[in-house]
Design a protein around this ligand. Sequence first.
Ligand code: DAH
Length: 439
Amino acid sequence: MLIRISKNNFGKFNYITSVRCYSSQKAPTINLFGKEYPTDDWTNINKSIQDKLERNLIHQKYHPLNHLVNKIKHFFYKNYINRNGNPLFSVYDNFRPIVSVEENFDSLLTPKDHVSRSKKDCFYVNKDYLLRAHTTAHDNELIRSGLNCFLTFGDVYRRDEIDAKHYPIFHQCDGVRLFDKNELFRNAANEMDIFEKDPSNLKRTSEKQKNYTLDACKIVEYDLKNTLTNLVQFIFGTSSKINMKWVDATFPFTHPSWELEIEYKGNWYEVLGCGILEQEILTNAGAENHIAWAFGLGLERWAMILYDISDIRVFWSTDNGFLSQFKFDDPTHTKIIKYKPVSVYPPCPIDISFWLPEPSETFTYNSNDFYDLVRDVGGDLVEQVTLIDNFENKKTKKTSHCYRIVYRSMDKTLSLAEVNQLHKLIQTKAAEQLGVKIR
Ligand code: DAH
């Protein structure tokens, strides 16, 4: 039931919602990805989250997160090849974010009373399902399906503080690599073992899990740290060596565990969590003869450092001023660009249409010439130019182009007079220099 309380300055009504009425009015089901899920006291997914579920940012071509995902995939595809010449790591980047409580927590040995399970921190569909709080939620299922090396990319959901660095939806990459005795020790496999035989060493220490040998743990630790420092160097350090620091950490699903900090432009950032997967997780997933490493990293965090993005909200922007800055192909996966904050001042789009000149010795029209001319005349006041219409008049055989020019200043609201003057100048110069006929 809605209670109207006052009329505000804008002539709209403010409403307050009675909590009691609200909970008794909760719809019996919630629709997610076209499927109805029963609701209960745990249900706490709001409309603004629901609306973003299918945005699929990591698959949006040229989105900065898509660039980063491609770089990470490329690193693993290039450096980890199996005996048949195929990539060692399989990639899963299309799993829906709805997981069971079992997958998100129990399968990863998260204690029943662990704070991370609370309704305050997670978005629950109902008491049995939630929007995954980490991509680690898929580890158990993928190991159970027989995979030894895999990467998972996806959107994750947490009810968190709201500021420039936190947003309720963000993206992660998790990686897992399992080893059996032969893979781990190779030529020394006859002499060495993953599992401890000496009863006096059957204990958990800061360096190893109870049932594993110290040798096995050390080799896995080395492989894990080596993989991750190479990844960081590849992504962040195209020309310089990145300083890194390993810090001891604790996670319910790994032991020992570490976080990696990197120095970038004078600041230290924590960029990932990782460790040796708890043996119990492998055993529960049917991989009891193995030892494994696992890591998880936040993609926004990496992209913010890499591209100099200071506000996490811009990843959700549909503003061309943001997206157009990342519109580049990067076949070598080494391109690093620096993001220029999108202006807070309003954009002012104006269209320009003209007939192209007939190709002649003096004028052979090419859109790039027009783009250069606009940039030349408009400078930084032009945010974007797009060809929005291109047609040929069948009778006269003349071609017409229409471009939308978005004017926007980084430091003030442009006046219409100012923009019109600039636009006129662009029209005149285009006619003069490119031989087009303004329509
Ligand atoms: N899932 C952890 C998080 O969201 C990150 C993480 C840490 C993942 C260690 C792992 C890992 O796979 O081994 O904070």
